[in-house]
Every structure is written in C-alpha cells, then in structure tokens.
Design a protein around this ligand. Sequence first.
Ligand code: NAD
Length: 438
Amino acid sequence: MREGLNVCIIGSGYVGLVTGACLAELGHRVVCVDSDAEKIRTLKAGKTPIYEQGLQKLLKTNVRRKRLFFTSSIAEGMTHDGKNAQIVFISVGTPPLPDGSADLTAVEKVAEEIAKSLKSYTLIVEKSTVPVETGDWVERTISAYNKKKIPFDVASNPEFLREGSAVHDFLHPDRIVLGVSSTQAERLLKRLYTPLRVPLVITDLKSAEIIKHASNSFLALKISYINAVANLCEKVGADVERIAEGMGLDARIGRAFLNAGAGYGGFCFPKDLDAFYWISRKKGYDFKLLEEVRRINDAQRKLVVRKVEEELWNLQGKTVGLLGLAFKPDTDDLRLAPSLEIIAELREKGVKIQATDPVAMPKARAHLTGVKFCADAYECAAGADALILVTEWQAYKNLNFKKILKLLRHPVIVDARNLYDPGRMRRMGFRYRSIGRP
Ligand SMILES: NC(=O)c1ccc[n+]([C@@H]2O[C@H](COP(=O)([O-])OP(=O)(O)OC[C@H]3O[C@@H](n4cnc5c(N)ncnc54)[C@H](O)[C@@H]3O)[C@@H](O)[C@H]2O)c1
C-alpha cells in the first residue's frame, strides 16, 4: 500500500474506536479523540472501554506499532506529533430527542472545534448517523469558524458495522458508501479504503446520508413485518419460524432480519427510524409506514409481558427472572435494549426483577436500580415465578433445564427470541411460551 494517511477520529465509542483501530490496522496513522477523559485514560492504559470481539488485540497491536494514539483534545488530535490530519471523522453520538429527532449538538460542537484547528486542506467526514442535510450544516458551521479560510471538504461515509461483530464488519463490509462533493475528497477516501477491496458506492452527500437512514429503517421494517406475521400466526396456530424459512429462501427476500421476537432495540434502529420519520415529515413527506414499524415494535415488548401475565395470573408481588439484558448477543450495550422496556412494564405491574447477562452486568449495575443481579441463569431462576429469555446469548442455548425446572417456583418460561424448541420444553414440563409458534 502507499503511505498511510493521517487520520483523526472524534468520538471514540463503539463506532469511532472500532473505525480507529481498523484504519490503523489497514496501515494508517490514527489519533482517536474523546471528550470523556475517563475513556481516554482507560484506552491509554491499554484497555478497551467496550466489549467487542477482537478489538482489544487490534488496539494493543497498533498502539505498539505507533499507529494508534489517544487524546481528549481535538486540537491535539488534528495536529498530533506535528502531523496535520488529512481526514477527520466525526463519530460522536447522535442520540434521540423526545420528539424523535436526532440530537446534533455534539456534531455542531465538534464541527466548530475542527474549524478552529484547521491548518491545511482537510477532509471532514460524517461517520455518525445523521439526518439528510446535516452535511450542509457541518459545512456552514466550519466555514463560520474557519477564520483563516483553510480549504476543506465535507463528506459522508456512513457506518454499517454491527455491535458484536464490529471489527469483522468494518474490515469485511458489503459495501462502502462515500458521499462526496469534490474529486479531492473522493480520491482521499478511495485511498483510505484501498486495502479493503469492496464495492464502493460513490454518491452525493445527501444520498449517502439517506442510504444509512433508509437501510436501518428497512431492516427495522423487516423485523416488524415478521412480528406482525407472528401475531397472525398466534391467532391461527401457524408457525412463524417455518414461514420465515419459506419466505427467506426466496432470494428476493432473504432470511436475515426475519426473526420474530421481542423486537429490535439498541442504539441504532429505534433512534434512526424515528429520526428518519422526523426528517421526512420536516421536509414535507409524511412517511407513515415508519410510524407503523415503530408501533408494531413497541407492542412486542408488551406482548412478552402479557404472556407472563397469562401464565401467572396476577403479577403484583411476583418475581420474574430475565435471561439477557444487552440489546443483542455479543455486546455489553444496553442502550434502548428491549430488556429495559420489559423491566419497566413488569415493574409497573408490581413485579420484582432478578436478571443476569454474560457480559452486560457492569453496565447494568451502573444504570439499573432495584434489580437483583444474578451471577448466572440458575441464580436468576432460583425463586422466580417465571423466566423470560430476552437476549439469545449462545450461553443460554444449552442450559441444564432440569435444574432450572427445580429452581423456579412455577415452571414458566417465556422465550422472547424463539431460542428453544417448544416440543422439547413442554416435554420437560415447562409451561413454555414463545413468539408466533404453536
Ligand atoms: N453503535 C453502532 O452499532 C453504530 C453503527 C453504525 C452507526 N452508528 C452511529 O455512530 C454514531 C456513534 O455511535 P456510537 O455507538 O459509537 O456512540 P458512543 O456513545 O459509543 O460513542 C460516541 C462517543 O463520542 C464522544 N463524544 C461526544 N461528544 C464529544 C465531543 N464533543 N468531542 C469528542 N468526543 C465526544 C462520547 O464521549 C462517546 O465516547 C451515532 O451516530 C450512531 O448512530 C452506531
């Protein structure tokens, strides 16, 4: 490869840190910046603040190779060791506001700071998921604070990695989307990603921004679609798993994201779908389909609790154990996790909660109060009136169910991810409920 580029990443969370570590692995010189001083201290001490397979190793190797650095100052990150960053990524959070729109204050703040640290031509790239036309605002903000009129471009390069397999996804993407407005920007980004040898979709900035929102919303729609089908299955005694298989083998449809259950969660789908709906309406198009996707998803959490209620009659004063808290397996991320909504719904009905998760316990302890945290599935079952499987961790696939049966006060399992075989569970003596299966 040609000489690596000098890259600065602002916002070193799930996306920024993985992007930084992977770009360093590809041969670039990367400085990761974060305003969270504690996070930077942890990284400088050689530890990763998040659980992500393969990340710790990449961090270690590239720090040793002197290709990866950390700082809490944007000015330092952009001029680290006397080298001006050629590309600056913005990968700060864009959390949801109560009205469904994305909170872009961190993006604006970072744009202002970038402008003040420009020294020579720099390409500023949106990596965060942002609504269409954010690029225009970033450009305007930088122009306003770029007193020395240093040349710059803004580009959009949305990220499609999935938590739980983020490093692998970054290094083996299906495609890379580059929204650019100049040949210089296009050349730089093509050079950055040369080693990956994957299809590039080169487009204008607005289209790139919409590709990300439209993709996540479409995946959320697939999940809600199969959940709606599961609801019909429950009415007529059909099996949603067989239906997903029958639909999914059609190459035009595909099997992925056709898993009925407690619905989607996490820091992407719920907020991106809401933000996409919000920006569409703001721009004059009422994209109502998205509202329905959300409604179906919200109803799935309630459905899980209703199934517990149908098995236990009164919930007041009962105890329910939750297997899995992370929004999906292989991550410690609890943000907008279905577990949180299920816990809130159960609590409203007077239920005592005990819960466990293979990796998300430290984050859960920090954010959840009034929950009894258990070391494993067996402690979680002990004395509970019912057990809900919320996150389909591999570790929960082959539990000792004979033991669990003895530990539970009532033999009730609500499988919100269709992880277990209904026939087997019932033969063992459980009152077993799942989603959209007889
Ligand atoms: N998590 C995912 O799977 C995923 C996937 C694709 C895209 N995205 C998008 O990427 C963006 C980041 O998501 P994330 O999951 O990495 O979030 P995150 O919360 O893990 O990371 C964001 C980081 O930005 C830092 N930050 C905030 N303000 C800052 C500032 N002014 N200066 C420097 N650092 C600042 C925070 O301290 C935090 O560490 C979001 O827009 C998200 O929608 C996320």
